[in-house]
Design a protein around this ligand. Structure first.
Ligand code: TNX
Length: 511
């Protein structure tokens, strides 16, 4: 049997010795109460290829389930480790225990990696049963995330993505225990979300994209995405980018423009070209209406209001705008997130979260602007562009993506950084988490997104989930080293699973 490989690396994994667990036609899944939905999800993963019935028993465990898979919610389990789990496997069965359904779901993502990759059926594809010896080694795993916020960002503004493409991306990131999907819903090239009070945003603003075609998510589409995400324990974080990156809105409504004349729609890929009129009364009606409607349709706690690359406003006008916009956002009941430039204002709504997108070595004022969020009671999400932007070229191909962020970026670079070691003075406690962003100016569809995201997103997910390694500011005394040589074979093993799932990846990036 090949050695045991799991990504992201769990906190601890020990072999128990002895016979492995063997899934067979008589196996059952026991998942009572709040564990039932995760039990059904697990059965749905395992049934197609094995061809086994795998009934899910929602009642109390009994002897009949002894050699099956048990998912157990125990409020006392890992009380100090939200979203964590323990997994024990052996010939006598598999037990996953967690304090929350999210913890069980993460345990299930680990469990599937203990079985042969051939147990995975293609995402969204019909498939027949395949013969196999469906064994999982006898192990004991205890695990919990380092960071609460583990995110991926998908730019659905530059090009148009269907609900099916977005839900597919949710399924791919959930494999990696990522638990937030940030949707970049508006930009110069397109407005992608139905807003009833400002209908021309979708009548006009959604009619273009970099490729040319238009499209947007209706409220029903958005609800479908949110519900699918919830079933994968992923929280949707909607972004309406303000005050720049707004040409699609400016083309839709003249009154948002300085000078009061609507712009033309835009298909180019320049950044920093647009701004709303920050003093117009119409702009503030627009901001309030959009924030209200987006907040109403979003169950998650966050609302991202952009703030990046506002290159045509004075520093004073920008700071005044983001301060007021953050307060409108907070008044909707959401925690506002802004790109790190928003930290130029010292008057943000208290608790506003900053998203750092500068380099591993911060340039100019990026570090100071980032610390400003902490000074105002907020925390920070790290998305350093030179290692976690998934649209930057791989070293051996410039077919897709861009090169501006000190590119190209190898898998090893995407793996070789620490979130608590970038911004001097930003302690681990102030790091909410990590997010891998993909901008889609050059991507034609979800296939291209997958090829650029995978396998680098696996590296970023491990940085977000796995314990702080030795040599980093927040490492535990007994922390292990993080080494690409150790990660690389685990990644190669995981790629077999990507093949089985039909998830595309940049093959030549693997060692
Ligand atoms: C910068 S970094 C952007 C995006 C572009 C991306 C291309 C940041 C917050 N904004 O508008 O799409 O570069 O890589």
């Amino acid at each position: 049997m090949s050695s045991i490989t799991v990504v992201p690396a769990p906190v601890s994994l020990t072999s128990r010795g002895g016979d492995p667990f063997r899934l067979d036609a008589a196996s059952r899944i026991n998942a009572a109460g709040g564990a039932a939905a995760v039990g059904e999800y697990l059965a749905g993963l395992l049934r197609p290829r094995t061809g086994f019935a795998l009934p899910v028993d929602a009642g109390a465990d009994d002897a009949a389930d002894a050699a099956g898979i048990r998912l157990t919610l125990d409020p006392a389990a890992s009380a100090a480790a939200p979203d964590g789990y323990t997994l024990r496997s052996g010939a006598d069965g598999i037990t996953i225990t967690a304090a929350s359904a999210a913890g069980l779901f993460h345990g299930v993502q680990t469990l599937r990696q203990l079985f042969p990759a051939a147990i995975e059926a293609p995402l969204g594809g019909d498939t027949g049963a395949a013969g196999g010896d469906w064994v999982a080694p006898a192990v004991l795993i205890t695990d919990a995330p380092r960071f609460a916020y583990r995110g991926a960002m998908l730019d659905v503004a530059r090009n148009v993505f269907s609900v099916a493409e977005v839900t597919r991306y949710i399924d791919t990131i959930a494999l990696l225990k990522l638990n937030h999907l940030h949707l970049h819903l508006s930009d110069d090239q397109g407005w992608r979300l139905q807003i009833d009070s400002w209908p021309r945003l979708t009548e006009i603003g959604s009619s273009t994209s970099v490729l040319g075609g238009g499209g947007f998510f209706t409220k029903a589409d958005y609800a479908e995405i949110v519900a699918h995400a919830a079933s994968r324990f992923v929280t949707i974080v909607p972004e309406i980018d303000l005050p720049g990156h707004t040409n699609a809105a400016l083309a839709s409504y003249a009154e948002l423009n300085i000078g009061g004349v609507a712009t033309s729609t835009y298909r180019g890929t320049e950044v920093g070209i647009s701004t709303v009129d920050t003093t117009a009364e119409a702009t503030w009606r627009f901001v309030e209406d959009v924030v209200r409607e987006v907040a109403e349709m979003t169950p998650g706690p966050y609302l991202h209001l952009g703030g990046d690359e506002s290159l045509t406003l004075s520093a004073e006008d920008f700071a005044r705008f983001v301060a007021r916009a953050s307060r409108v956002g907070a008044a909707s009941g959401k925690t506002v997130i802004g790109w790190h430039e928003m930290g130029q204002s010292g008057d943000l709504a208290p608790g506003t979260v900053g998203q750092y997108w500068d380099y591993l070595v911060p340039r100019a004022d990026a570090a100071a602007h980032t610390l400003s969020f902490v000074e105002q009671g907020g925390s920070v999400i790290l998305s350093p562009a030179d290692v976690s932007y998934l649209d930057i070229h791989y070293p051996d191909s410039d077919r897709l993506g861009q090169d501006w962020a000190d590119g190209p970026t190898s898998v090893e670079q995407a793996y070789s950084w620490d979130p608590a070691a970038i911004v001097p003075g930003l302690p681990e406690e102030s790091v909410l988490g990590v997010e891998a962003a993909i901008w889609t100016e050059t991507m034609l569809g979800i296939e291209d997104v997958e090829v650029m995201a995978f396998p680098r997103i696996v590296a970023v997910a491990e940085i977000a989930w796995s314990p702080a390694p030795a040599g980093t500011p927040s490492a535990a005394p007994d922390a292990a080293e993080r080494s690409f040589a150790e990660f690389s074979p685990r990644l190669t093993a995981f790629a077999e699973r990507l093949d089985a799932l039909g998830i595309r990846y940049h093959r030549t990036a693997l060692a």
